[in-house]
Design a protein around this ligand. Structure first.
Ligand code: MG
Ligand code: MG
Ligand code: MG
Length: 305
């Protein structure tokens, strides 16, 4: 059976594209691998796949006993069922090192870049393998998505350089226009259920023994979310009630460059402890906060210590 290359739960564009690209690269290096994903693509990823004529990876829910390569995560909380008996052969990631361990040496490419696909671009270069134009286009979009078109504090020079190179390979003339087109698709709310919206980009974390869920919705204008606030609050309360200490939902305005965070928690005071700002009722505006990974998760981890 082919080894699987797969990203985190609730796959985002980076998880999908890094899986496709790493599978392409490893196949060309003679390995028997195939891209997989822990779920269907989001509307944003769907847009990217269609734009560049790529096929969504096969959905896999259980990896028991299988050989797997991880992309865009190394946390058990974001792994599929059966991870405890799977054989993890490698990791490509740009997050803090998680809690997945292995019994054999593994191939790790973990860089503090803004996107896993930036690391994958450098892997192609390292191995001297050409990137197909379609995959280059998809990787470029993943980097624009993860770095919020270079605005996120997670964005590095490596990301900008990768985008420049990938744009040439993919034949994309106006990178920022493509980024805005993608974020407009990402912002689309019509027809989605509250459950879908909260889970569009949602992750569970274990913080000092507390199960914490943090979701993020990135929109081009926060007022688009006004009529959904009540429903979203009720939804995160529901998710919290299912064995979690807290669930937070970041409503990120990519133009104003900040996030309004909805709060459902056993201990709402943890928010002030983490950010030095008292919530107004069940939400708090966090100016300049756009990155869950760099500006939210570390603050909560510290507060929960
Ligand atoms: Mg991701
Ligand atoms: Mg990523
Ligand atoms: Mg993201």
């Amino acid at each position: 059976m082919s080894a699987l290359v797969l990203g985190h739960m609730n796959p985002d564009t980076d998880s999908i594209m890094a899986a496709i690209a790493v599978a392409d690269l490893y196949k060309k290096r003679g390995l028997d691998v195939k891209a997989a994903a822990q779920g269907k693509p989001t509307p944003e990823s769907e847009f990217v796949l269609n734009k560049f004529g790529l096929t969504a990876p096969e959905v896999v829910e259980d990896v028991a006993g299988q050989d797997i390569y991880l992309v865009d995560f190394s946390d058990l909380a974001q792994a599929p069922k059966g991870i405890d008996t799977a054989n993890v052969l490698g990791i490509v990631d740009h997050h803090k090192l998680g809690d997945i361990t292995t019994s054999s040496p593994l191939l790790c490419w973990i860089w503090p870049a803004g996107c896993s696909c930036t690391v994958v671009k450098n892997m192609y270069d390292f191995y001297g393998v050409e990137i197909p134009a379609s995959i280059a286009g998809g990787m470029l979009c993943a980097i624009l998505s993860d770095t919020v078109i270079f605005k996120s504090v997670t964005c590095t020079e490596d990301d900008k350089k990768a985008v420049e190179d990938l744009a040439k390979i993919a034949g994309v003339a106006d990178v920022k226009a493509l980024g805005l087109e993608m974020f407009t698709v990402k912002s689309a709310l019509e027809g989605a259920t509250m459950d879908e919206l909260v889970h569009r980009d949602y992750k569970d974390f274990n913080m000092n023994g507390n199960k914490i869920g943090i979701g993020q919705l990135e929109v081009v204008d926060l007022s688009m979310l006004d009529k959904y606030r009540e429903g979203l609050q009720a939804e995160i309360e529901k998710i919290k009630a299912d064995g979690r200490h807290s669930v937070f939902l970041l409503l990120t305005d990519i133009m104003k460059e900040g996030s309004d965070m909805l709060i459902a928690s056993d201990d709402p005071a943890i928010v002030e402890k983490a950010f030095g700002k008292a919530p107004e009722g069940t939400h708090v505006w966090l100016d300049g906060v756009m990155s869950r990974k760099k500006q939210v998760v570390p603050n909560f981890e510290k507060a929960f210590k």
